[in-house]
Design a protein around this ligand. Structure first.
Ligand SMILES: *Cc1c(COP(=O)(O)O)cnc(C)c1O
Length: 391
């Protein structure tokens, strides 16, 4: 099996058995295929082929690529299924795995809409959850019940970029007969492979660094073929199919994932170090900094770097933030992450606006906290822009 960087470049490449075969895949937009006789129609239906909700060649190429990225160096076979958004991936993972009466233990710093789904939507189907701090393993153990089927956490959480102890969480999950499901959206498979540390299922919002150019909404699930078979069957019934063009765009993004993530990471570390040394900055959250409480764990679980996301606080609070944001030339506010350009988001008014001030304080999210998704600019230009905006 070649290295995942090579898989990313070649997965789903068209074969040369057609005259002047293009080197990039065609986009298969047909919502259904045509058949000349009953026998071939029957064979296609038996294999869930030939109807667009079950995916086209573009979906299969993308799924093979992402399964190949995750499988890097592992000897267990993997499969993947694509869906229409990261939230669809979360919904399919939880709803295909659980029955009424079952229970989820989820990290309190999961993506905001994931928490909303656990709190507001799943209880209507009889699925309950306990939300705890995944850095507190005792609290995770206490939260597990005999109906717990899933532990759900994230790598490089947003916006404090915390790194969970995946091996310990996997042990707790497996002792309880539950699955560890990890949302690996932020570091991407180029930097983080949770299955290697005991996770059972990995989830992506393809919307972020995986596609990488802020032009796709999509999601994926990766796991053992037998588990993915169930998730795929549920997705085919539930219906959150990714559009074929979005599958194509995501695979195109994946072609450059390894080099993009290397540059995102080196830029993020350079910016984190610059900010840490700046008098106007009171705190920087980035796991690769020597001063981070997650530094040792990040070196182990994220040896290629901790990804594009960091956050920081200015000593002058929100007023200082306001002035920095309006003076930045290269960097704009965007309520998302993972673009080629550097962007900022203000958690208190975006991802965490649903919490009141005391809940935000408990979660460590002050009004002066800003999250940065570091892009692919030439690093000196980026640092110079922050320097002039902070001066
Ligand atoms: C954005 C995001 C999601 C949701 O993805 P969508 O594609 O917007 O549905 C889930 N988890 C994380 C960590 C995210 O950043």
């Amino acid at each position: 099996m070649p290295h995942s960087d090579t898989v990313a470049v070649h997965a789903g490449e068209p074969t040369l058995d057609r005259k002047d075969a293009p080197v990039t895949p065609d986009i298969s937009v047909g919502s259904a295929s045509g058949y000349p006789d009953l026998k071939t129609l029957d064979a296609a239906m038996a294999e869930h082929r030939g109807y667009g909700r079950w995916g086209t060649d573009n979906h299969r190429q993308l799924e093979a690529a992402v399964a190949g990225l995750e499988a890097n160096g592992l000897d267990t076979p993997l499969d993947a299924v694509s869906v229409g958004s990261g939230m669809a991936a979360i919904a399919v993972a939880l709803m295909s795995e659980m029955n009424a009466g079952d229970h989820v233990v989820a990290a309190h710093d999961c993506y905001g809409t994931t928490v909303t789904f656990l709190r507001n939507d799943l209880p209507r189907f009889g699925i309950t959850s306990t939300i705890v701090d995944f850095q507190d393993l005792e609290a995770v153990r206490r939260a597990v019940t005999d109906r717990t089927r899933v532990l759900l956490g994230e790598m490089c959480t947003n916006p404090l970029i915390r790194v969970p102890d995946l091996e310990a969480l996997a042990a707790i999950a497996h002792d309880a007969g539950a699955l560890l499901v990890v949302d690996n959206t932020v570091p991407t498979p180029a930097l983080s492979q949770p299955l290697r540390w005991g996770a059972d299922v990995v989830i992506y919002s393809a919307t972020k660094n995986l596609s990488g150019h802020a032009d796709v909404i999509g999601g994926l699930l990766v796991g053992k073929p037998s588990w993915i078979e169930g998730a795929r069957a549920f997705a085919h019934t539930f219906g959150p199919t990714l559009g074929p063009f979005d599958a194509w765009l995501t695979l195109r993004g994946i072609r450059t994932l390894a080099v993009r993530m290397a540059r995102h990471t080196s830029n993020a570390l350079a910016l984190a170090r610059f900010l840490e040394g700046h008098a106007a900055v009171s705190r920087v959250n980035y796991p690769e900094l020597d001063t981070s409480p997650f530094c040792a764990r990040a070196r182990k679980l994220l040896p290629g770097g901790a990804g594009a996301l960091l956050s920081f606080e200015l000593a002058g609070g929100k007023a200082a933030l306001e002035s920095m944001v309006s003076r930045l030339q290269l960097v704009r506010l965007m309520p998302s992450l993972g673009n080629v350009a550097t962007t900022l988001s203000h958690p208190a008014s975006t991802s965490h606006r649903g919490l009141d001030a005391s809940e935000r304080a408990r979660a460590g999210i002050s009004d002066g906290l800003i999250r940065c998704s570091v892009g692919l600019e030439y690093p000196d230009d980026l640092l110079a822009d922050f320097e002039q905006a902070l001066s």
